[in-house]
Design a protein around this ligand. Structure first.
Ligand SMILES: Nc1ncnc2c1ncn2[C@@H]1O[C@H](COP(=O)(O)OP(=O)(O)OP(=O)(O)O)[C@@H](O)[C@H]1O
Ligand SMILES: [Mg+2]
Length: 351
């Protein structure tokens, strides 16, 4: 097992694209760390540098306390699982699992033990004699995982390994990977652009934007105490509502919306952030704003209301109780203790 330490890690590709920009990150021994961020933010590049498939322009990578920059990929003791995993089509599942170890000239008895163990963990025993074309997508994905497991690495690197699967299978595999992490207790670094995946899988989440680390923290820390507007908007579905307005003394105002603040925010322009579940339906006389329901989206356990007041749109999440209909006027209340403020210039969270 091993921790992974990135120090001032930077990757600039030919042509001047800075894919990773001076990232400092410590992944703890045995931790499940999720790297999340929008497409093109540098997630794969970071992972590929850890695996040794790409060399850093500057900065250092330590794996298990050893500087790994100049260690060739095969000697790094890491296993990487990609989105487009390729199984060998002419080999059976058992042969696919054993192949990597065979190449390394591992004794047959040891190969058998490793393959049997991985197969038991992933429930692949019954598929041993099948060829990849006779497997479902999820089964193939499990074989790809199995190949990583048999190598018994110190660190697992996953690059969006579930993105080719349908929603149901993805969620099954998510659970399976969580279980795998518990059983193996080994360091796992998992890349995704899906924030739901990040929230449900990570011990901690690192949010990346344009090659720069925005915040590192537990899922709840990122959800409740986002460092900036980008993290606040990226984590959580539906996204946090943002309202551009003005603070004057202890009042925040934005068009038709006005509310009293208990805290002190510097007067001037500010962006108010409120999550859909924190907007409350109230009678008009108690409302921060009265809005009209534009769209109603029931999802079963809860309902999303898309409301508009004078050009100001607010998404509201309600559970249970009476549900307003399209066209209804609703009083909406925001509470001081569940809203955040951001600087319109820097995006930083204001406290
Ligand atoms: N070999 C390369 N040469 C030049 N630019 C590259 C190369 N590989 C990646 N890039 C650029 O570096 C940036 C980061 O790419 P990367 O693949 O790391 O993003 P990502 O976060 O994994 O995105 P996605 O979610 O789409 O997979 C992008 O702007 C990309 O175009
Ligand atoms: Mg990628």
């Amino acid at each position: 097992m091993a921790d992974v330490l990135l120090k001032h890690l930077r990757k600039e590709f030919e042509g001047g694209v800075v894919a990773v920009d001076s990232v400092n990150l410590e992944v703890r021994d045995g931790e499940f760390l999720v790297l999340v961020g929008p497409s093109g933010c540098g997630k794969s590049t970071m992972l590929r540098m850890m695996a040794g498939l790409e060399s850093p322009t500057s900065g250092d990578i330590f794996i298990g306390g050893v500087r790994a920059n100049d260690v060739p990929p095969k000697d790094r003791d890491v296993s990487m699982v990609f989105q487009n995993y390729a199984l060998y089509p002419h080999m059976t599942v058992r042969e696919n699992l054993a192949f990597g170890l065979k190449l390394r000239k591992v004794p047959q008895a040891e190969i058998d033990t490793a393959v049997d163990k991985a197969a038991a963990i992933l429930g692949l025993d019954e598929l041993f004699e099948r060829k990849p074309r006779a497997l479902s997508g999820g089964q193939r994905q499990r074989v790809a995982l199995g190949r990583a497991i048999v190598r018994n690495p110190k660190v697992f690197l996953f690059d969006e390994p579930l993105s080719n699967l349908d929603a149901k299978l993805r969620s099954q595999m998510r659970t399976e990977l969580n279980r795998l992490h518990r059983e193996l207790g080994v360091t796992m670094i998992y890349v995704t652009h899906d924030q739901v995946e990040a929230m449900t899988m990570g011990d901690r989440i690192a949010v990346l934007k344009s090659g720069e680390l925005q915040q590192l923290g537990s899922p709840m820390e990122l959800y409740e105490e986002p460092a900036n507007q980008f993290v606040a908007g990226f984590i959580g579905t539906p996204s946090m509502n943002f309202i551009e307005g003005q603070v004057e003394g202890s009042t925040f105002a934005a068009g038709p919306l006005e509310m009293e603040l208990q805290r002190t925010i510097p007067s001037g322009p500010a962006v108010l952030g409120v999550r859909p579940e924190h907007v409350r339906l109230v009678v008009a006389s108690e409302a921060s704003v009265v809005a009209v329901v534009d769209v109603v989206e029931p999802t079963g356990s809860e309902t999303l209301l898309y409301t508009v007041a004078d050009g100001l749109g607010l998404v509201v999440r309600i559970t249970g109780g009476a549900c307003p209909a399209v066209g209804d006027r609703v009083g909406l209340s925001l509470d001081d203790d569940t809203i955040l403020f951001f600087s319109p210039e820097t995006g930083a969270t204001l406290n």
